[in-house]
Design a protein around this ligand. Structure first.
Ligand code: ZN
Length: 313
């Protein structure tokens, strides 16, 4: 058996305007742009990665910003909410910060005993800040948010499903355990420090999600290189049709569409975002994997303008 998944590796969503996306995640949320690259399956579109200072697994929120993208619809078969972890005493700081920045946010509420601040990014992507006393100190992004209040990484995701069972079974095989439930929502937790929560929200009546700006494309879970082939076999034994192991340069990935419709990825911790850039220089320039480097001029010419330099400053 492969070792249990400790939690989320990254979450990838669809945005529209790349500059607006960069500004929101680096300046408003204070994350660091840790990789500026292109969508390896469509090189006319950026792939922007935001995270903690070093882009540790469990911290990177990534985007494909398609200029002029149609708005998607959040619904079943999707990651409906992505939650970031903040320290327990940072609720007041963030309520004020989001309000000052004119962010579309709701009043804090309680869920499973934690204080949660729901808000939306400029494309309407559903996000949350979850405040917990046990948030790890981590490796803060060194951005505009003081270290003591900085986002630590992911808390977890909510999956919206027409029928929870097949996905819940898969999560259990991955090492997540059901720890709590409230009405239509079951909480699953892994043993990691970041991104260790998956809330499974079942609603057979809900509208089906439609991909587009403001929706999540996939959620990636963290695995080791050694275990990757076994996870692939496990997906097959669950009746899914995983891809081959794909080299994504900063990690190696296997993707499978779950029976509930959500696209899962299993991404390796190794080699990480510092494999092709020094940690101090992450995100400042467009980096391409070797197999796209000979097309750099053409790729750069087709990308929209985006402010250069670290952290969108
Ligand atoms: Zn991914």
């Amino acid at each position: 058996m492969p070792s249990d998944v400790p939690g989320i590796h990254h979450v990838t969503a669809i945005a529209s305007d790349p500059s607006e996306n960069l500004e929101f995640y680096t300046r408003t949320l204070g994350l660091r742009l840790v990789k500026r690259s292109v969508n390896q399956d469509d090189v006319s579109v950026y792939h922007l990665f935001y995270g903690d200072y070093g882009g540790s697994p469990g911290t990177s929120m990534t985007f494909f910003p398609y200029e002029g993208a149609q708005q998607g619809q959040v619904g079943t078969g999707q990651v409906s909410t992505t939650a970031f972890l903040i320290p327990g005493e940072s609720v007041g700081f963030w309520v004020e910060r989001l309000a000052d920045a004119g962010v579309d946010a709701d009043d804090p509420r309680e869920r499973f005993g934690d204080t949660v601040i729901p808000f939306r990014d400029p494309d309407g992507l559903h996000l949350e800040l979850v405040a917990r006393e046990d948030a790890p100190a981590g490796d803060p992004p060194d951005g505009p948010v003081p270290d003591e209040h900085a986002i630590r990484g992911f808390f977890g995701v909510t999956l919206s499903l027409e029928s929870a069972e097949p996905t819940a079974d898969l999560l259990e095989t991955m090492g997540f355990r059901e720890t709590d439930s409230e009405r239509h929502c079951r909480r699953y937790e892994a043993d990691g420090e970041l991104g260790y929560v998956v809330d499974v929200y079942e609603d057979p009546q809900a509208q089906r999600g439609r991909p587009g700006a403001g929706t999540v494309h996939h959620v990636a879970f963290q695995v080791t290189r050694e275990d990757q082939p076994e996870w692939r076999e496990m997906l097959t034994s669950h009746g899914l049709r995983p891809t081959e192991i794909i080299d994504r340069k900063w990690f190696e990935s296997v993707y499978a569409r779950t029976k509930g419709g959500v696209l899962f990825e299993f991404a390796t911790k190794e080699p990480g975002y510092t494999v092709d850039e020094d940690i101090e220089e992450l995100g400042q320039r467009l980096v391409l994997p070797e197999w796209l480097e000979d097309r750099r001029d053409e790729i750069e010419a087709n990308l929209p303008a985006l402010p250069t330099g670290g952290s969108g400053e």
